[in-house]
Design a protein around this ligand. Structure first.
Ligand code: ZN
Ligand code: ZN
Length: 258
């Protein structure tokens, strides 16, 4: 009797638990993903600049210890973390701790402006006198620096922008020239482009990433029972952009950078 061929299942590379701002305990998240036919990851906020996140090196060590015990019964779990580009924890983390992750996710939750000030994606007020297009140039410059400096496997929600800009159509801000710079930077670094179910990218940007040879990663960015492992939209969008299922980022199939 021959064993049936293994069935491909999508990997949710980005989901949160009670270790940061999610509502499911880690074990519950793994069970929900299993029920939905999705391979689970736990990618809690590991940052000194997110409230209710794991914010210290000692805290990350504890996080890894707990999740490694959970993985003993759930070998399909990828132990991950979402690190803020503008925060220092990822730079402070010893290499041997970094090596314990199945994969890592980096987020531009804030960027530096040419003035030296910082613009946070979740801040409510807009910087006085700042032009939206000038902001976007700074945003893309930060993305390029992120790709050169941050040793992560995935860029989370690549189209996330400050609150004040979110009512505008994405392609007005993500011009084709800016999209091109972003996908070049990710391709050069070998960082995957997340197709986020929470901050959904427009189709043109996703197709451009695929054309540039950038691997796509599916992310629910789920924080609740309903959101975790919900990959229907990201998977359909990735397929529409021409990515093959087996090429979608799964750290257990494709490994990590470096
Ligand atoms: Zn995020
Ligand atoms: Zn997240």
């Amino acid at each position: 009797m021959t064993a049936p061929a293994p069935v491909w299942r999508p990997r949710d590379c980005h989901a949160h638990t009670t270790f940061s701002d999610g509502v499911l305990a880690p074990k519950a998240l793994v069970e929900v993903a299993r029920e939905r036919g999705v391979r689970p990851s736990i990618a809690d906020h590991l940052s000194g600049d997110v409230s209710s996140a794991v914010g210290t090196v000692a805290g990350v060590v504890h996080y890894l210890d707990v999740l490694e015990r959970l993985r003993a019964d759930a070998p399909e779990l990828s132990i991950a973390g979402e690190f803020c580009w503008h925060d220092t924890l990822w730079r402070d983390l010893p290499r041997e701790q970094w090596a314990r992750f199945g994969h890592t996710v980096g987020s531009l939750h804030a960027v530096w402006l040419p003035s030296g000030a910082r613009m946070h994606m979740f801040q409510r007020h807009w910087t006085e006198g700042l032009d939206a297009q000038a902001y976007m140039d700074a945003h893309v410059e930060n993305l390029e620096r992120f790709a050169r400096e941050m040793p992560v496997d995935v860029l989370a929600h690549p189209t996330l922008l400050p609150h004040a800009l979110r009512a505008r159509p994405l392609p007005e801000l993500w011009t084709e020239a800016r999209e091109e710079r972003a996908v070049r930077a990710l391709a050069d670094a070998g960082i995957a482009f997340e197709v986020s179910n929470r901050y959904r990218p427009h189709a043109r940007f996703v197709a451009r990433a695929v054309a540039a040879g950038v691997r796509l990663s599916l992310g629910s960015d789920g924080h609740t029972f309903d959101q975790v492992a919900d990959l229907a939209w990201p998977l359909a969008t990735a397929r529409e952009a021409g990515a093959r299922d087996e090429e979608l980022y799964d750290p257990q199939a494709h490994g990590r950078r470096q």
